[in-house]
Write a protein that binds this ligand. Structure first.
Ligand code: FES
Ligand code: FE
Length: 352
């Protein structure tokens, strides 16, 4: 089978569709006061820095003078970002405020500026929108319970996936692979049938809801006598916030938990997965334990998704087989297409 690669026009169409949304670009804890960090979002190199008064800023990582990466520079006491080459200083709006080589009082050319982007900090993450605050289709998707005093959240180590963000999120919304891909954690190999579940998509197609009951393995629980693994009945409450944020609340008879993810598209084929895991504070699960558990769940998914072809999630529903139990993924594909994400043409030969 031969799969035609996505073209640069496809890539441009993906970036255009993805641009008017907010994405996380770093964890808040990873950009401390006075520090800088380089990142890439939708193919654009960005610099993040934090001023002495705690404000985070995001701008193009490209000095207007000689194209130097500003992320190699330093943050001044007044909160400007100073280029590491000739020391020009940019404020949080991207405007050059100082050119050290010129005598004091000489006007600074208006072209001496870099594009800057709005910043919000929510769910322990620094978010930005390349289309600007006014160009954003929607606000940063909320993480339920994050501000609730009775809940504790661990904002996990972001992981790099060599895949399109759409593929990553669809995997997060896939409800029929648990027993096969996750038998070492929550997936129950004895549960094969997916019971019918309802999916509802908001009228603006910006959010999708579903509730899926599941008899999960509980590798951390005590097994019943005669069984090797404990099980727990869970209602998985899914919410997808278009395009690439989603969460699952695992509702059990006990306390339940919340797994929130946001797949930030580095390029059309690379993704940084930001995530936060919350439990009621009374459970007192350590950060290390949460990190270990969740990475053990994500890792086999990453291996599967990085191998999927075409690398681009096919939005043409006839391109792959859609089963009843794929309803959540189908709703996601339809919503992406509704919001202008491109279909790609690829060759797929039916086998005899
Ligand atoms: Fe940045 Fe010259 S390249 S100040
Ligand atoms: Fe999975």
């Amino acid at each position: 089978m031969r799969i035609a690669p996505a073209t640069w026009q496809d890539e441009a169409a993906f970036y255009d569709a993805a641009r008017p949304f907010w994405y996380p670009v770093a964890r808040s804890v990873d950009v401390s006061t006075g520090s800088t960090k380089a990142t890439t979002l939708l193919g654009e190199d960005l610099v993040i820095w934090r001023t002495a008064d705690g404000q985070a800023a995001v701008a193009d990582n490209l000095c207007a003078h000689r194209g130097t990466m500003l992320s190699g520079g330093t943050v001044t006491a007044s909160g400007n970002l100073q280029c590491p080459y000739h020391g020009w200083e940019y404020d949080t709006a991207g405007i050059c405020r100082r050119i050290p080589q010129r005598p004091e009082g000489t006007p600074i050319p208006t072209k001496a500026r870099v594009a800057s982007y709005p910043v919000k900090e929510q769910a322990g993450l620094i978010w930005t929108c390349l289309a600007g605050e006014d160009g954003a289709v929607r606000d940063v998707p909320e993480c339920p319970y994050f501000e609730d005093e009775d809940w504790y959240f661990h904002v996990g180590t972001p992981s790099e996936w060599e895949c399109q963000a759409s593929r990553m999120v669809e995997n997060f919304l896939d409800v029929s692979h648990f027993g096969i891909v996750h038998p070492d954690t929550f997936g129950n190999p004895e549960v094969e049938i997916v019971e019918p579940y309802d999916v509802s998509t908001a009228a603006d197609m910006l959010s999708i809801d579903a509730k899926v009951p599941y008899l999960a393995q509980d590798p951390w629980g005590e097994p019943e006598p005669g069984h090797t693994m404990a099980t727990v009945q869970v209602d998985y409450q899914y919410k997808c916030e278009l395009p690439f944020t989603a969460w699952i609340q695992g509702l059990t008879a006990g306390e339940g938990y919340m797994l929130y993810i946001s797949a930030s598209p580095v390029t059309a084929n690379r993704t940084t997965v930001f995530w936060a895991f919350g439990t009621p504070s009374s459970l007192a699960v350590s950060d290390d334990e949460i990190e270990r558990r969740e990475q053990a769940v994500f890792e086999p998914d990453r291996v599967i998704v990085e191998g999927q072809r075409p690398e681009w999630l096919p939005l043409d529903l006839t391109a792959e087989l859609q089963m009843r139990f794929d309803a959540l993924g189908v709703a996601f594909r339809k919503a992406l297409e509704h919001h202008g994400f491109p279909r790609i043409a690829f060759l797929r030969k039916p086998t005899n």
